[in-house]
Design a protein around this ligand. Structure first.
Ligand code: NAG
Ligand code: NAG
Ligand code: NAG
Ligand code: NAG
Length: 177
């Protein structure tokens, strides 16, 4: 866990621009060929790993140190995760339509690209997206760490419970159906 935290702390200050994904997280250029479909799937996997790690690190960081600043970092990371999903989803739909995917010999690549297209379909306006990331973050944190007994750091958790409960009434609660 120490290594995980350390890497998270290093990553966090580098990023955080709303919608401005680091260029290394954006999809490159791909042609509608079997080779490029495989490359797209591989690139997606590698990038998704980094984006998720960053987002989970921000969550962890806030969960262990409840400042407004860390809360904002966490919301920003979650928005970036959504921007990532959307950018790759749009690219998948644009370059690899269903008729093309049906010609791919590897069903694993086909299935992954289909999933990427579907996940990226949520083209919500930014404001609404922010509300959702706050909302889904809350439900995730509450069920995973806050009010479950027997976890480490009871005092800290009691503090976060009070804070989360307070924030829950102040934050927008529009959640995806
Ligand atoms: C979060 O993103 C907003 C919008 O880009 C930015 O102004 C703000 O500084 C970011 N917050 C942090 C803590 O990086
Ligand atoms: C991408 O990752 C998924 C889930 O871990 C895996 O099932 C799939 O085979 C991977 N695809 C490629 C092309 O690496
Ligand atoms: C908690 O986060 C703040 C930034 O919001 C930072 O200044 C402070 O050093 C952090 N505290 C710990 C114990 O990591
Ligand atoms: C690939 O794209 C080109 C031009 O965008 C199109 O003419 C061609 O039919 C596509 N090939 C397949 C297999 O979808």
């Amino acid at each position: 866990m120490a290594r995980f935290l350390w890497a998270g702390v290093l990553l966090l200050p580098v990023l955080g621009l709303f919608e401005a994904l680091p260029s290394t997280w954006l999809p490159g250029h791909y042609a509608n060929t079997t080779a490029d479909a495989t490359r797209f799937a591989k690139d997606y996997n590698t990038t998704a790993e980094q984006v998720l790690f960053y987002s989970v690190s921000a969550s962890w960081n806030y969960n262990t140190n409840l400042t407004d600043h860390n809360s904002e970092l966490q919301v920003n990371a979650s928005l970036e995760e959504q921007a990532f999903t959307e950018a790759w989803g749009l690219k998948a739909k644009e370059v690899f339509p269903k008729e093309f995917l049906d010609t791919l010999p590897d069903p694993k690549v086909k299935k992954l690209i289909e999933k990427i297209s579907v996940l990226g379909a949520a083209n919500l306006p930014p404001k609404e997206r922010e509300e959702i990331s706050r909302g889904s973050w809350l439900s995730r944190e509450i069920t995973t760490s806050c009010c479950l007994p027997g976890r480490a750091g009871e005092t800290l958790l009691a503090k976060s419970c009070a804070r989360i409960t307070r924030d829950m009434f102040n934050w927008p609660t529009k959640l995806p159906h």
